[in-house]
Design a protein around this ligand. Structure first.
Ligand code: AMP
Ligand code: ZN
Length: 176
């Protein structure tokens, strides 16, 4: 399916690269789910987290370095970001999400969007790094677990509030 290769096409155009090193690039997410949302991708053709092994740990460190760089370049503070991978990615080419915790964005439209960043469907960089170092691979979550996490209540990431729907969650997030 061609939409799954959209990121690969995007990084082929130098105009889209906010940061580029020999090893990896940083681009803006085309459909940002927060005020700041970037993706860090290796130049090496690695499809996803499921192709990683222990030998890729230095590559992950480089991706994380660029994640910190883009936050600094934008004059933002590291603590106001989440940095990690989707447990069930949809787009090809390994990509590290660098997303601000406000989640204020017109592109945030569905429960799936929210829960993919605010449940264990989002694997923080450090957790994935540790898992890979220990097990030499990243396991897929069982389908039933993914379904369960996707259908979780819309719990705010900054307080105890649980929203009854996406419009009320979005209104609530604006107040933080
Ligand atoms: P994932 O669920 O981890 O595969 O996330 C893929 C991310 O890529 C999403 O946050 C999308 O908004 C973003 N995206 C989709 N197409 C493009 C594109 N052509 N250029 C940049 N970002 C994109
Ligand atoms: Zn809240």
């Amino acid at each position: 399916m061609s939409w799954q290769t959209g990121l690969i096409k995007t990084i082929l155009d130098p105009a889209n690269l906010i940061i580029s090193t020999d090893i990896a690039v940083v681009i803006a997410d085309k459909y940002p789910k927060a005020r700041h949302h970037y993706l860090v991708l290796p130049k090496e053709d690695i499809a996803s987290i499921f192709q990683l092994n222990r030998k890729h740990l230095p590559l992950l460190e480089e991706l994380h370095l660029l994640a910190r760089n883009i936050i600094e370049v934008r004059g933002e503070c590291f603590e106001s970001f989440r940095i990690g991978f989707h447990a069930q990615p949809s787009m090809q080419r390994l990509h590290l999400h660098v997303i601000s915790k406000d989640f204020v964005s017109s592109w945030l439209k569905t429960k799936k969007h929210w829960n993919s960043f605010n449940t264990p469907l989002f694997i923080p960089y450090e957790a994935l790094y540790e898992d890979l170092g220990k097990n030499d691979k990243i396991e897929r979550l069982p389908k039933a677990k993914v379904e369960e996490l996707l259908s979780k209540p819309l719990a705010c990431n900054q307080c105890e509030f649980v929203a009854k729907n996406i419009p009320s969650l979005k209104e609530h997030l604006l107040q933080h």
